[in-house]
Ligand binder design. Structure first.
Ligand SMILES: Cc1cc2nc3c(=O)[nH]c(=O)nc-3n(C[C@H](O)[C@H](O)[C@H](O)COP(=O)(O)OP(=O)(O)OC[C@H]3O[C@@H](n4cnc5c(N)ncnc54)[C@H](O)[C@@H]3O)c2cc1C
Length: 400
């Protein structure tokens, strides 16, 4: 029986594995390996530091869902891939494959500037979100200036914007807002660029938000150094801060770094065709954040990357599943959809308020794009959270 091996079982990998199995049923054996037992719903991590969610609310057990789908799920860490031998070496053993899907997400670069790792919080991991919560609790006792934002070369600015407005709301709830100077720093050339050259009215909305909530900001900002009490920018400006949270750049994971035959670019993201097939090895596929997506816009004075959010991650998992099925059936009419042509669908939380982003494609040119603010409550964000967690828990990958 043909063996499909999927490494990484979050948004992209779970969709790819479930869809291959759903389409080919008993004709294929699907094995998924992931170093974590549980799926992590990243979008809710922004609420952990301010106590609106617990980590347990963001974790979904994988084994029951994969068992039900008759997919082998193994908790293991893949160490290297030998695409000539069609073999993956992992901590617990070796895995052979006919078709391999790499959906391993990112590795963080918290050493992008001196002091970032030591002095700035990071909300994009379980440990990071809990550490941020502890630091905010400490901060409450002795409030002062705050810096939130993203460093040069970062690409997940959306989550940092969300955290900014959630912290602003939290400061008011805690009745310490007046004691806090709140700063936003970003490598983007203008507010709301998001790594996709903006959305209609995006910059205008964010400027108004910052004005209403009295948030000072610096665009085209690069971090030179972070110290215990300040963030120092490349321009020499010193922004005093008693609490800092910075999104940092992503690269490909160690597994890819340790698999030189895959000949990845310097950022260690997989170099794939528009059908997500590896450029050299036809039975290796990339899905989700693990694939390389060069920015479509001119290089900026301060570099930053494109956002690789949940919707395109899931969409590429499904495209890969379709194409793996084709390949196993000896067909080559693969589905193609470059990352930037996948629709833009995202909800940005703004602290019990939200902005909904809809576009016919992530990158320009777009036939249609709109940003819809909702100042009454973050209903859509909460609805999507419930929906995606339900979908992940039950393995309903065929749903949008
Ligand atoms: C704080 C935060 C908030 C976000 N909010 C939003 C949002 O509101 N909306 C949105 O659309 N997107 C959001 N995103 C982005 C979204 O989380 C990503 O797009 C999505 O997680 C990418 O899915 P993925 O499956 O490609 O990678 P990941 O979710 O990173 O999954 C990769 C998986 O691979 C596993 N893995 C890695 N290496 C190995 C190995 N060597 N061996 C075995 N397993 C391995 C990991 O354990 C993990 O389970 C947010 C991200 C962050 C950090």
């Amino acid at each position: 029986m043909k063996q499909v091996l999927v490494i990484g079982a979050n948004f992209a990998g779970a969709s790819a594995a479930l869809e291959v199995k759903r389409k080919l049923k008993k004709a294929v054996e699907v094995t998924v390996i992931d170093k974590q037992e549980n799926s992590l719903y990243f979008p809710s991590l922004i609420w952990v530091p301010i106590g609106r969610r617990e980590v347990s609310d963001c974790l979904i057990p994988r084994k029951p869902m994969f068992d039900k789908a008759r997919i082998n799920f193994i908790v293991d860490t893949a160490l290297s891939i030998d695409p000539d031998k069609q073999e993956v070496v992992a901590e617990k053993g070796k895995y052979y494959y006919d078709q391999l899907v790499v959906a391993t997400g990112p590795k963080l670069n918290r050493d992008i500037a001196p002091g970032v790792r030591e002095h700035a919080c990071y909300i994009g991991s379980v440990d990071g979100a809990l550490d941020t919560r502890a630091k905010l609790e400490e901060f409450k006792k002795n409030p002062g200036p705050i810096v939130i934002g993203a460093t040069q070369k970062a690409s997940c600015m959306g989550a940092a914007y969300e955290f900014l407005y959630n912290v602003e709301k939290w400061l008011r709830q805690e009745k310490i807002r007046k004691q806090v100077d709140l700063y936003w720093i970003t490598p983007e050339p203008y507010l709301g660029h998001f790594g996709i050259d903006g959305m209609p009215l995006g910059e205008w909305y964010l400027k108004r938000f910052n004005q209403i909530f009295n948030i000072k900001y610096r665009t085209s900002a690069a971090v030179k150094e972070v110290t215990k009490n300040a963030v120092i920018l490349d321009t020499g400006e010193i922004i005093e801060s008693r609490f800092k949270m910075l999104m940092v750049p992503f690269t490909g994971v160690d597994l890819i770094i340790n698999s030189p035959k895959l000949e990845t670019p310097q950022n260690y993201f997989l170099d794939v065709k528009p059908c997500y097939q590896h450029k050299k090895y036809s039975n290796v596929w990339g899905a989700g954040l693990a694939v390389d997506v060069p920015p479509p816009f001119e290089a900026n004075q301060v570099p930053f990357g494109v956002p690789k959010t949940g919707y395109p991650s899931d969409a590429t998992g499904k495209i890969v599943a379709h194409n793996v099925v084709m390949a196993l059936q000896g067909k080559t009419n693969f589905k193609e959809k470059p990352w930037g042509r996948i629709p833009a669908l995202c909800v940005m939380d703004a602290g019990k308020k939200e902005v909904i982003l809809i576009g016919t494609s992530l990158f320009k040119p777009r036939v249609f794009a709109i940003m819809i603010p909702n100042v009454f409550y973050d209903f859509t964000k909460v609805f999507l959270e419930k929906y995606f967690i339900w979908k992940l828990r039950h393995g309903y990958s065929f749903l949008p």
